[in-house]
Write a protein that binds this ligand. Structure first.
Ligand code: BES
Ligand code: ZN
Ligand code: ZN
Length: 490
């Protein structure tokens, strides 16, 4: 999709104007309404339009203007920061028109701020994402018709400038969505690692550890998860050192279980196919690193993803097996389906040991229990550091990818004790997301650390947010990018 910013008046294709809550007209809407014989006001009445966010109506073949249709869309209440409102506006319009037959959408925005204009284009890109790679029989009328977006307003230079970073962010979100959407026979630890190697073209320094390297380092916890797989487990490291030389980096860690069968503690068959998305944390970290490098962030950031496939096999880890992690602690694996934490602790160890980070943050589709607690509205946040938790909460609000903090504590920690080893990899029947976080906490020492459980957010069957256009959301890319921009680049 081509995106173009111009300050020359344009009334080509479908011309889109904004209406605020309670039908407050933008100047552009007023102008087009009077040029077109008050067609906007008439259409709004018949459609019960009120300017609410998400409302979109199309007036076909209008008279008095050269556009093929007029799109009237709601932006909602006006307030101090309209960034997300304009993003959703761009997304809602694009979603409505994507396969409608319209080729060009011209957003007429008058003197709207350049940063807001850029957000319209960003929202349009989020909504235009498709995952059609494997559809060979898609009929012509189901394919996207929109090929260009034109944002027409007086502040087009500022808009263009602001959009160049957001466009990189959109590329990061697209990458994460692609990775999550692709099935386990296409994205496996080896192909995922290869994809990451390709990101050196985007300015990232890449290093890939294979099983031999990890065995030497004693990363038996991560390796135990991939023991039943035909694919070699990998640890992929992506470096972006755009900050001051010598400044300790932020390390981002992702769970990359490319398919989670549960292993010997096999999952039920129904719905198991969703577990192709169990690398959503790794996809978010990879997408965020792609975005951070793309916009040349002035920060030192290192992404580390643990890539494994969790399969039942004669060589697979058994329930009851005891393994030793890279930092020397022993783990009784009581349930091979609680594998994400086993991957993460060795990846966290590697990040802390190799890079001495100022902060370390992991993202993972870790527990079904987080869906019970928070549904699909917030990711679960756990942290040993209030300042870090606060920075991530703020980044969530800014980006629209929100997190909600849950507690940690010694009472929960006790639940993963076992007489057979230093700890077991499951707690009891209660507080499953917290006991998983307590497990991770035993491996991070004093380093400011946050764990974000995105099991409810990495994919969604519901399609009510126009920015989340398909099953895979790419959740975490925008959150991490905002976090770096707001907390590590000023
Ligand atoms: N990958 C799953 C968690 C998950 C569940 C992600 C639903 C997305 C949607 C994880 O590896 C897992 O299986 N966790 C178990 C832990 C249990 C065995 C302690 C779970 O949540 O049931
Ligand atoms: Zn599992
Ligand atoms: Zn899993």
């Amino acid at each position: 999709m081509k995106i173009n910013f111009t300050n020359k008046p344009a009334q080509k294709g479908a011309v889109c104007v904004a209406i605020f809550a309670d039908n407050k007209f933008s100047d552009a809407a007023n102008a087009i309404d009077s040029d077109s014989g008050r067609s906007i006001r008439k259409a709004m009445e018949t459609a019960r339009f009120s300017g609410k966010a998400g409302q979109v109506i199309q007036i076909l073949a209008p008279v008095g203007i050269s556009a093929s249709s007029i799109i009237v869309a709601g932006v909602g209440e006006q307030n101090n920061d309209m960034s997300l409102a304009w993003e959703s506006y761009g997304a809602a319009v694009t979603k409505k028109l994507l396969t409608s037959g319209v080729n060009l959408i011209t957003f007429v925005i008058g003197d709207l701020e350049g940063t807001y204009a850029a957000k319209i284009a960003f929202g349009a890109r989020l909504a235009a994402y498709r995952f059609d790679n494997h559809r060979t029989k898609l009929s012509a009328d189901k394919k996207p018709s929109v090929t260009s977006i034109c944002i027409c307003g007086s502040k087009s230079d500022a808009a263009k400038e602001a959009f160049s970073s957001l466009n990189e962010l959109a590329e990061g979100v697209y990458l994460a969505r692609d990775l999550v959407s692709e099935p386990g026979n296409i994205i496996n630890p080896e192909s995922f690692a290869k994809c990451i190697s390709g990101l050196s073209d985007n300015g990232l320094e890449i290093e890939i550890l294979d099983e031999k390297d990890m065995r030497k380092l004693g990363m038996n916890s991560l390796l135990s998860v991939g023991a039943g797989s035909n694919y070699g487990s990998k640890l992929a490291i992506m470096k972006w050192m755009g900050g001051k030389t010598g400044d300790a980096p932020v390390v981002l860690v992702g769970k990359g279980v490319t398919f989670d069968t549960g292993g010997i503690s096999l999952k039920p068959g129904n719905g198991m196919w969703d577990m192709k998305g169990d690398m959503g944390g790794a996809a978010a970290v990879t997408g965020a690193m792609r975005a951070i490098a793309g916009r040349k962030a002035k920060a030192n950031v290192i992404g580390i993803v643990g890539l494994v496939e969790n399969m039942p096999d004669a060589a697979a880890t058994r329930p009851g097996d005891i393994i030793k992690s890279a930092d020397g602690q022993t783990i009784e694996v009581q349930n091979t389906d609680a594998e994400g934490r086993l991957v993460l602790v060795d990846a966290l160890w590697y990040g802390i040991n190799s890079f001495k980070p100022c902060r370390i943050i992991d993202l993972a589709t870790l527990t079904g229990a987080i869906l019970v607690a928070l549904g699909q509205e917030n990711a679960g946040l756990f942290s040993n550091d209030d300042h870090l938790a606060n920075d991530l909460t703020v980044a969530g609000k800014i980006s629209g990818e929100e997190v909600w903090r849950l507690p940690l504590g010694s009472g929960y920690d006790k639940l993963i004790d076992t007489p057979n080893a230093d700890m077991k990899n499951i707690g009891g029947p209660f507080a499953g997301s917290i006991t998983a976080a307590q497990f991770l906490k035993r491996f991070v020492g004093e380093v400011p650390w946050a764990h974000i459980d995105i099991a409810g957010m990495a994919w969604k069957d519901k399609r009510d947010d126009p920015r989340e256009s398909v099953w895979a959301t790419g959740f975490g890319v925008r959150l991490l990018d905002s976090f770096i921009a707001n907390s590590h680049e000023q």
